[in-house]
Write a protein that binds this ligand. Structure first.
Ligand code: MN
Ligand code: MN
Length: 422
């Protein structure tokens, strides 16, 4: 890295770390210090207007401003309107029942996300998310603890497995399934559904089906006298406490063993797999239908970016991107026609959104590893690297467009690195 680059990075790190203690005027001054002559936008040259343009003498929500300095005082390169790109699970209502809780970020909360919706759920040890099915495919990653999952195939075979932190499951639309928290402290997980308007409050529950079926019909269906049905639930269970299950081997044996065992694998160890790509700046793990065949409609990339590292400038030709931020902090700028760009800061438990085909980067602005998921309603993760594009073109063509000289062009990475080396 050149001395000039190091200097810029230090200056950047300084201004970012100092932001919490700054008033608006100081913040604006710090931002303007980074202003460069070429960064003139159609919103005008703030430099010419001086520091006072972004002064804010009125009221402020200081906690929110501190979380998102790049939104409050955008870089001068930001312009126009790209639509909402940020929301947070920490702004949503938690539905808490005995045994755990759930909350969601769907198209209702983040209107631009029409493809995917996300749910964050907690189950205490032994507690169930009750037997159910729904109209969307369900992709999930365990964030904490352990759970037992089951899913039935149409041919009558059943899949039962235990999942731990960093493991995935995938349940196709309509396939009935269950999730149960295991010891020592249950679990917490993220669910991603391939419908933006999906609601976790709107699923087919076994409790509600029996509660809304005439008892004589249930009696005929089960071949049981109505007197045996008086203990059935009369309203929803949804999340509820229960005893811890037997061992996985005992449960598998109890349902009929090998002869009813699903030939399809519905779980996958994502965090434990070798990185798809690794540089000195971090790692990316890609899981889609190529390595997890049941994951036909949802594709995922788990990024770990070291402090100062960056997910390179890129875009996705096949889907919009829904992000879940798991650890650390960073910023992203989303570029859209015509000349529009929006920069925002993200923290753990936030959701990010990138419109279909929009250019973007993700930069770690914190002092710890940034971990986030890129999620797509697609069978595979596809992206284009700006660096690689530039390096696959004749240098004269690149010079004509960007006025970069041949020597500079030769130092741009020629291969798609995903996460740039530090
Ligand atoms: Mn479900
Ligand atoms: Mn991306």
């Amino acid at each position: 890295m050149s001395d000039e680059k190091k200097g810029n990075r230090m200056q950047d790190g300084f201004s970012r770390r100092s932001v919490l203690g700054m008033g608006s005027a100081a913040l604006a001054a710090a931002t303007l210090a980074g202003f460069t002559a070429h960064a003139q936008t159609r919103e005008g040259t703030r430099q010419a207007e001086g520091d006072h343009s972004s002064s804010n003498p009125g009221q402020e929500n200081r906690a929110l401003l501190a979380e998102n300095p790049n939104s409050n005082t955008p870089p001068p390169t930001d312009n126009g309107d790209v639509g909402p790109i940020w929301y947070s699970f920490d702004l949503t209502k938690k539905r808490i029942q005995e045994g755990g809780w759930t909350h969601q970020v769907t198209q209702r909360e983040l209107p631009s996300s029409t493809d995917l919706a996300g749910v964050n759920m907690r189950l205490t040890a032994g507690s169930f998310r009750e037997l159910h099915w729904h109209t969307a495919d369900e992709w999930s990653i365990m964030l904490y603890g352990n759970a037992r999952v089951t899913v039935l195939n149409p041919d009558g075979t059943i899949f039962i497995d235990d999942v731990s932190k960093g493991d995935l499951w995938y349940f196709p639309a309509g396939y009935p399934h269950s999730i149960q928290g295991l010891g020592p402290d249950g679990c917490e997980f993220l669910l991603v559904f391939d419908q933006g308007m999906f609601s976790e409050d709107n699923t087919f529950l076994v409790s509600e089906w029996v509660a809304h079926t005439p008892p004589d019909v249930l009696s005929k269906n089960f071949g049981l006298p109505e007197s045996a049905l008086t203990t059935l639930p009369t309203s929803f269970l949804y999340i509820f406490p229960a005893d811890l299950p037997k061992s996985l081997a005992e449960d598998k044996a109890a349902v009929g063993g090998q002869k009813v065992q699903s030939p399809i694998q519905y779980t996958f160890k994502m965090e434990a797999m070798a990185p798809t790509r690794r540089t000195t700046g971090g790692e990316i793990r890609i899981v889609d239908s190529h390595n997890f065949p049941v994951s036909k409609n949802v594709a995922a990339a788990l990024n770990t970016i070291k402090p100062g590292g960056m997910r390179e400038l890129h875009w996705h030709p096949n889907a919009s991107e829904w992000q879940f931020w798991m650890a650390g902090k960073g910023r992203m700028t989303v570029f859209m026609p015509v000349g529009s760009a929006r920069t925002m800061d993200f923290n753990a438990n936030d959701v990010g959104f990138v419109p279909f085909n929009a250019g973007h980067y993700v930069e770690n602005t914190g002092d710890t590893d940034l971990v986030f998921l890129e999620m797509f309603k697609a069978s595979e993760v596809l992206d284009f690297s700006l660096n690689q594009w530039i390096r696959r073109l004749p240098p004269e063509m690149v010079y004509s467009h960007l006025k970069l000289d041949r020597n500079s062009i030769q130092t741009i990475p020629a291969e798609k690195l995903e996460i740039l080396p530090r």
